[in-house]
Write a protein that binds this ligand. Structure first.
Ligand code: NAD
Length: 454
């Protein structure tokens, strides 16, 4: 144990509405996925509290926040970043307790980037340009058209559990920098760092009502109360594609502005020109990172691999070695590479994919189950890093997002075949292409039907 040992100091996590921390009679449990213990209780916001949050966010648009200069607003956001950093160890401990992720990851990615988001967007918004163009008109006078950037109003921020502070602040910071007011809902699985953030906002002097935090679930809870609220002007959401679809339907009545970051079933293509010492090693190491980072629970993680046939066996064996070298364990151990998945419920989902993939006749290259520790971690939500081969492109493991530490590897002969298989997906989030041929890198990347290709 070290300074990151987490002892919750609050009886329960409260909502933060209109500048005040607000309790609720309805509490839900905050579970540590490392050992299944209850680390805290969380006050669930009912529809009346969500309504109060939205109304206070509206009122704040007319208050000091609405009249504040951009410089002053952005200086306050810098103070929020400073506030996160001054409580850095508390944020790290809270993120580890909620997610079970490793100390290394929480300390080097989640919390520093969460703080950095406030600085980056506060600085960026100051140099934001806008469009201006001239049009001819029939009277010959012409018209000068120019756009003025204005806040949208009240923005609902709905965040997932995989990178709780980082992904929530990635939405909050630009929205606040642009002058909007916020009602945010973290995932029910990860309420801790969002609650700490509310304390930091309060201490930094963010005016009451500008940032509101409501806890709860999605359907028939705080998430749905928020996205269907007529006073919400825009919704920014990160999470599953099916939830995005539900939110889009729910938002049609008020025609709210929407911004979504959704699921993926990302492909990685590995060409045999990588087959020389350090390039091969780099392709294997990079792919292992891209499959297993954060227990495979990153939207950009690769779950489908296509490897050129001449290096297929060699690549599968090398990735197997990498997977088996991953140290699964306590988040506080400095040498832990991978923690549990987020919850028992999610572990059941991941394991059900493992079972159905085995039943479909896949070859289990490594993993395929869960580790046994013979200590409290057996009550946690750990799964083994897993590699499958041997199934056809229409199988579930190739088609559906698992969001766990798993991939399926398929051989290919020709470039076109790999591109066709990689693009045969209802998702379109990310892809990776491993080659030493620069022409091929550009040619193939540009044919990937995704938002981002590495
Ligand atoms: P999720 O969709 O289950 O939940 C996300 C958030 O939406 C939670 O706060 C949840 O309470 C809320 N929610 C659920 N139903 C709702 C409803 N009907 N109305 C309003 N809110 C509702 O997603 P998750 O399991 O938390 O996260 C994992 C998913 O997120 C994966 O699919 C992953 O690919 C995706 N993700 C995408 C990105 C990206 O940038 N594209 C980043 C991270 C995660």
């Amino acid at each position: 144990m070290n300074e990151y040992h987490y002892t919750p100091c609050r009886f329960h996590f409260k909502n933060y509405v209109a500048g005040e921390f607000t309790a609720s009679d309805k509490l839900f449990e905050n579970i540590n996925p490392v050992d299944g213990s209850i680390i805290n209780h969380v006050a669930e916001a009912d529809s009346a509290l969500v309504d109060k949050a939205v109304k206070s966010a509206h009122a704040a648009l007319q208050g000091p926040w609405g009249k504040m200069t951009m410089d002053k607003r952005c200086a306050l956001l810098h103070k929020v970043a400073d506030g996160i950093e001054s409580r850095f160890d508390e944020f790290v401990a809270a993120e580890m307790a909620d997610t079970g992720k490793s100390l290394f990851q929480a300390r080097t990615i989640d919390i520093p980037r969460g703080a950095a988001n406030f600085r980056i967007f506060a600085d960026m918004v100051k140099s934001q340009s806008s469009d201006c163009f001239h049009t001819d008109t029939p009277d010959g006078k012409g018209a000068l058209n120019y756009a003025v950037n204005k806040p949208l109003g009240v923005v609902a921020v709905i965040a997932p559990w995989n990178l709780p502070l980082l992904l929530m602040t990635w939405k909050l910071a630009p929205a606040m920098a642009a002058g909007n007011t916020i009602v945010a809902k973290p995932s029910e699985e990860t309420p801790a760092t969002a609650t700490l953030l509310a304390e930091v906002m309060h201490a930094a002097g963010i005016p009451a009502g500008v940032f509101n935090l409501v806890h709860g679930f999605g359907h028939q809870s705080a998430g749905e109360f928020l996205t269907t609220h007529p006073g919400v002007d825009a919704v920014t959401f990160t999470g599953e594609s099916s939830t995005g679809s539900a939110i889009m339907k729910a938002s049609t009545d008020g025609v709210k502005a929407l911004s979504f970051e959704l699921g993926g079933k990302n492909a990685g293509i590995i060409f045999d020109d990588c087959d020389c010492d350090c390039d091969f090693d780099e392709a294997v190491a990079g792919t292992a990172r891209s499959v297993f980072t954060n227990g495979g629970q990153v939207c950009l993680c690769t779950e489908r691999l296509y490897v050129q046939r001449s290096i297929f066996d060699k690549f599968v064996a090398a990735l197997k070695d990498k997977a088996e070298a991953i140290k699964i364990g306590w988040p506080l151990d400095e040498d832990t590479d991978m923690g549990p998945v987020i919850s028992q419920k999610h572990r059941d989902k991941v394991l059900s994919y493992f079972d159905s993939t085995k039943a479909d006749g896949a070859t289990v290259v490594t993993g395929g189950g869960y580790p046994v520790f013979n200590d409290q971690r057996d009550n946690g939500a750990f799964v083994q890093p897993t590699i499958f081969t041997g199934l056809s492109e229409d199988s579930k493991i190739v088609k559906e997002e698992v969001f766990g530490p798993v991939c399926h590897i398929t051989p290919f002969d020709h470039e076109d075949e790999a591109i066709t298989m990689a693009n045969d997906s209802k998702y379109g989030l990310a892809a990776t292409v491993w080659t030493t041929n620069l022409q091929r890198a550009h040619r193939v990347s540009q044919q990937m039907e995704v938002g981002i290709c590495g």
